[in-house]
Ligand binder design. Structure first.
Ligand SMILES: *Cc1c(COP(=O)(O)O)cnc(C)c1O
Length: 368
C-alpha cells in the first residue's frame, strides 16, 4: 500500500528500553534492573498523587473534564498567566505535534540545533517541512541567527533549553537578545522539559514563561510533568503562549486528550512542591558524583542542567558496545549512536542506583 511520501524516510523515535525487556532477554529479576535511560524521576511520584489516584479509581467510567479547569487553574497560579494562555497535551510531545501541524507545511522550513530532541524532526518531516540544523551539536544562537537571516520561510525555531540529549542550556538574557531578532510570524518554541533542574543549578538559566510570552508574543513555552514532577507514565504536558497561539492549537486538540487519572495526578503533583524540590536537590547532589566519576576516568562530558549526563567517548571506546554490556548487567542507559555520536546519555538515579552504575560501568569501560 502507498502512504504519504513524507513518511517514507522517518525513523521511528527510539524510546528508552523498558525494564520488562531486560527481564525477558537476560532473565534478570525486575527488582535488580536499573533504568537510567528515559530521564524519569528516580524518586517516583509524590505520595499525595498516589493517594489521590486511589480516591478516583471509581470515576474512570466517566470522561475527564475536557475543560481541564482544575489543572489550568493550578498552572495559571503557578506561572502567573491566564487559563486562556494554557493548552494541555498528552505529554508536551502532543503539543509539539499541534505546533508543527498549525504552523508549518511543505513550503516552509523549521530550524533546530544539530543534536536535539528527535521528535522535532519527526513531526516536521511528517508534514513535509524542510528541516534546517545548526552546524554545532549544542545550541549556538549565533549560528541559529545566521541561518535565520540567510533563509526565507523559517516558520518554527525549536530551542530545547536545557537540551536533550546533550544537557547544555543558555542564559535567559542571551535567549532574549536572540528573540529580538526574530520576526513576529516565526514561532519560537522554548522546550522547557528540564527547566526546573536548570533553574535550581543556575538562576541565570531560568526562563519564566509569563515573562517571555509578554515580551515576545511569537514564543510558546512547553513544560512537562514527566521529568521533575515524576509523572512520566501519566503523559501530561502543557504549553503557555499568547491567546491567539493557544486558541489555534486548541483547534487541533482531540477531545479528552488526557485521562481522568492523568488530570488528577497533575493537579496533585503541582500542589506538592516539596517533593519536586527534593527531587531536584538530590539530582543536583548526585550529578556532582557523576562529574567526579567521569573526570576520574578521564571521560569528557557536557556540564548538564538536567537530570541526565552525556559522556562523550573517545575513539577507542564504542558507545554501543558499552550500552549493550551494561544492559546484560541489568543497567539501561541511552546509546547516542542514533544521533551520530559516540556518546552515552545516563539518567541520574538514586544514590544506590548510581553507586551500582559506577562500579559496573568502570569495569566495562576499563575492559573495553
Ligand atoms: C521528555 C521531554 C519532553 C516531553 O515529554 P512528554 O513526556 O511528552 O511530556 C519534551 N521535550 C524534551 C526535550 C524532553 O526530553
Amino acid at each position: 500500500m502507498n502512504f504519504n511520501e513524507e513518511l517514507r524516510d522517518i525513523k521511528n523515535y527510539s524510546a528508552g528500553k523498558p525494564i520488562e525487556l531486560v527481564v525477558r532477554e537476560f532473565g534478570i529479576d525486575a527488582k535488580d534492573v536499573i533504568k537510567l535511560a528515559s530521564n524519569e524521576n528516580p524518586y517516583g511520584s509524590s505520595p499525595k498523587v498516589i493517594d489521590a489516584l486511589k480516591q478516583i479509581c471509581n470515576k474512570i467510567h466517566l470522561y475527564p473534564d475536557d475543560s481541564m479547569y482544575k489543572l489550568k487553574e493550578g498552572l495559571s497560579k503557578r506561572f502567573g498567566v491566564l487559563d486562556s494562555n494554557i493548552i494541555i497535551g498528552a505529554g508536551s510531545d502532543q503539543i509539539l505535534e499541534f505546533i508543527v501541524r498549525a504552523k508549518s507545511n511543505k513550503n516552509s522550513k523549521v530550524l533546530m540545533a544539530k543534536t536535539t530532541f528527535a521528535m522535532y524532526e519527526i513531526y516536521a518531516k511528517a508534514v513535509g517541512t524542510k528541516i534546517l540544523k545548526t552546524i554545532s551539536d549544542t545550541h549556538n544562537l549565533d549560528e541559529f541567527l545566521e541561518i535565520y537571516n540567510n533563509e526565507k520561510d523559517i516558520k518554527i525555531i525549536f530551542l530545547c533549553l536545557p537540551n536533550n540529549p546533550l544537557g547544555e542550556s543558555i542564559e535567559k538574557n542571551k535567549v532574549y537578545k536572540f528573540l529580538e531578532n526574530i520576526d513576529n510570524d516565526t514561532l519560537v518554541v522554548i522546550d522547557g522539559a528540564y527547566q526546573e533542574y536548570a533553574a535550581f543549578k543556575d538562576k541565570d538559566m531560568k526562563i519564566n514563561p509569563s515573562d517571555i510570552i509578554k515580551k515576545f508574543p511569537n514564543t510558546i513555552y512547553l513544560g512537562t510533568f514527566s521529568k521533575a514532577y515524576g509523572l512520566g507514565g501519566m503523559r501530561v504536558g502543557y504549553g503557555i503562549a499568547q491567546n491567539d497561539i493557544i486558541s489555534t492549537l486548541m483547534k487541533l486538540r482531540p477531545p479528552f486528550n488526557i485521562t481522568t487519572l492523568s488530570l488528577e495526578a497533575a493537579v496533585e503533583a503541582l500542589k506538592d512542591g516539596a517533593f519536586v524540590q527534593n527531587s531536584i536537590k538530590n539530582n543536583f547532589l548526585q550529578m556532582k558524583r557523576y562529574e567526579k566519576f567521569a573526570s576520574d576516568l578521564n571521560i569528557n562530558f557536557i556540564p548538564s542542567y538536567t537530570n541526565f549526563i552525556t559522556f562523550l567517548l573517545k575513539n577507542d571506546k564504542n558507545s554501543t558496545c558499552i550500552a549493550d554490556s551494561l544492559l546484560k548487567k541489568g543497567i539501561i542507559i541511552r546509546d547516542l549512536k542514533t544521533y551520530g555520536l559516540n556518546a552515552v546519555r545516563i539518567t541520574v538515579g538514586t544514590k544506590e542506583e548510581n553507586s551500582k552504575f559506577f562500579s559496573i560501568f568502570s569495569i566495562i569501560y576499563n575492559a573495553g
